[in-house]
Each structure stands twice: as structure tokens, then as C-alpha cells.
Design a protein around this ligand. Structure first.
Ligand SMILES: NC(=O)c1ccc[n+]([C@@H]2O[C@H](COP(=O)([O-])OP(=O)(O)OC[C@H]3O[C@@H](n4cnc5c(N)ncnc54)[C@H](OP(=O)(O)O)[C@@H]3O)[C@@H](O)[C@H]2O)c1
Length: 253
């Protein structure tokens, strides 16, 4: 039995929860964090390899405290998977500065707080993987995304920057860019989501990318992400025209 350990933030629902179950089923020790303790406990009660470590990632010192607790329990941590995120489509049309600050506080600074909490451990250990969950929404600007897209773009840039830094200590920095996955987050969307996939599908792709492959970015489903990658090389004029045309037909009904 594999006795490696992964720490997953955003583990109470959606992609993080499905990934926790996948790793637990593969025999890993799994530490899950999120704010809703009752959901974490329920997952842990149903899977013997999963342990709950409640955490609000916007609290810097709590991130450090919780990581200390995880280290004390498991001693060796192999992978960190930081997937906390928030998205409120109703507010993304406006330049609502308070809302955008809140999105950055969770999506960008929350992830940064978690990375900071594990930095010294991984740099000393000189092995392991730190995973940042971003989104296809971070590739280029999209309509009605004043907070979420920019926060994910910032994470993409951060991940590339940290890649160089951690590589010197033999630590892998990995970026995850999911397409549309059916979770409580995307259940709020009122538009048709192309190539929508399940959390189990996402968990399989992420597990394979983290454990069996060595690439910097894990992105899926390829039928969507590869097209968007081509879009990201297009001149702005063509990109804007294509996205305008495509999003015109995306409204439900
Ligand atoms: N679903 C998609 O189509 C999709 C596509 C691209 C990228 N993503 C990214 O994938 C990640 C997971 O999203 P999801 O779709 O699985 O959504 P989700 O089910 O809503 O999961 C979000 C997770 O983040 C946690 N969280 C939020 N704020 C937190 C905070 N301050 N401190 C600690 N935990 C916090 C939530 O738990 P609590 O509320 O219990 O704290 C929950 O576990 C996000 O980063 C999202 O941006 C999702």
C-alpha cells in the first residue's frame, strides 16, 4: 500500500472532494481543508484514509498552524493541492471593487497564504509537489469576469514565477487548468457550459497528471483547452471577434 500524503484545500466539495476520494482510494493519506467543518467530517467519516483539518485560507497564521498539525500527524507530505476558489457570476458583470477584493482574497491571496505555509518545509525537504488550481478563465480576458478571470490570470503568472524558484530546490510547481466541471460553483452559471465534465473525470485527470506525469500544467478536457490555448496566441482583434461571436450563442434557452 502506498503511504504517501497529500494536503488538499477546497476539499469540502467539488473538485477537491472528488480528488480527495480518488487519492484515498489509491491508498494515500489525505488531509482535507475548507471552512465547512461538517462537510469535512462527513467525508472523513466515510473514508478511512481522509482526515479533516478545517481552515479558512484567508487567515495567514491559521494556514501555518494547520500545516504544522498535518505535519505532526503524517510527518512526510508529498503533494499539496491548493484549490480553494470562489465565483459569483451575478456580480462579475460590474466593477464592484469590494467584490473583486473578496475574490482576490480567496482565489489569489488564499492560495498564496497556503503556499507560504509550506514553502520552508518543501525547500528544506528538496522534493514534493505544490499544485495551484487556476482555470481556463485565466488564459485571456473573458466577458463578465471582472474578478474571477483576473484572479486566475494572477495565479497563472504566480505559478510560472514560483516554478523557477522552487525548481532550484527540486520541488515541482504544478498548475491545474480545468475546463467546465459540474460542481456547486458552476451550478450557479446560467449559460450553457461546453464540454461540461464530472468531478470524477477531473479527479482522474488530476491524479494522472500529478502522479504519473511530470508536466507543469494539467489541463482538461483537451477538446476545450487546446482550442483556448490556440486562442491565446491570436492577435487581440481576432480573439475579441471570435469570443464575441461564441458567447452570443451561449445563453441558455
Ligand atoms: N468547476 C469548474 O468548472 C472549475 C473550472 C475551472 C477552475 N475551477 C477551480 O477549481 C477550484 C475548485 O472549484 P470547484 O468547482 O470544485 O468549486 P466548489 O465546489 O465551490 O469548491 C470550492 C472549495 O473552496 C473552498 N473554499 C472557498 N473559500 C474558502 C476559504 N476562504 N478557505 C478555505 N476554503 C475555501 C470551499 O469550501 P468551504 O466553503 O467549506 O470553505 C470548497 O471546498 C476553484 O479554485 C475553482 O476556481 C473550477
Amino acid at each position: 500500500m502506498n503511504k504517501k500524503t497529500i494536503w488538499i484545500t477546497g476539499g469540502s466539495t467539488g473538485i477537491g472532494k472528488a480528488l480527495a476520494i480518488k487519492f484515498a482510494n489509491e491508498g494515500w493519506n489525505v488531509a482535507i481543508s475548507a471552512r465547512r467543518e461538517n462537510l469535512l467530517d462527513e467525508i472523513a467519516d466515510n473514508h478511512e484514509n481522509i482526515s479533516p483539518f478545517p481552515l479558512d485560507v484567508t487567515d495567514k497564521s491559521k494556514c501555518k498552524e494547520v500545516f504544522e498539525k498535518i505535519k505532526n500527524k503524517f510527518e512526510n507530505i508529498d503533494i499539496c493541492f491548493f484549490s480553494t476558489g470562489t465565483w459569483n457570476p451575478k456580480k462579475e458583470r460590474d466593477i464592484d471593487v469590494e467584490q473583486i477584493e473578496e475574490v482576490f482574497k480567496i482565489n489569489f491571496f488564499g492560495t498564496l497564504n497556503a503556499i507560504k505555509a509550506v514553502e520552508e518545509y518543501f525547500k528544506k525537504k528538496k522534493s514534493g509537489t505544490i499544485t495551484i488550481v487556476s482555470s481556463i478563465a485565466g488564459y485571456r480576458g473573458l466577458p463578465n469576469s471582472t474578478g474571477y478571470g483576473p484572479s486566475k490570470s494572477a495565479l497563472n503568472n504566480l505559478a510560472e514565477s514560483l516554478y523557477f524558484d522552487f525548481k532550484r530546490s527540486n520541488v515541482r510547481v504544478c498548475l491545474v487548468s480545468p475546463g467546465f466541471i459540474k460542481t456547486p460553483m458552476t451550478d450557479k452559471n446560467d449559460f450553457k457550459m461546453p464540454f461540461l465534465k464530472t468531478t470524477e473525470y477531473a479527479a482522474e485527470k488530476i491524479y494522472d497528471g500529478l502522479v504519473n506525469k511530470k508536466t507543469f500544467e494539467i489541463h482538461f478536457p483537451k477538446s476545450l483547452t487546446l482550442v483556448l490555448k490556440i486562442f491565446s496566441f491570436l492577435p487581440s482583434k481576432i480573439y475579441f471577434a471570435l469570443v464575441t461571436k461564441m458567447t452570443k450563442y451561449q445563453k441558455k434557452n
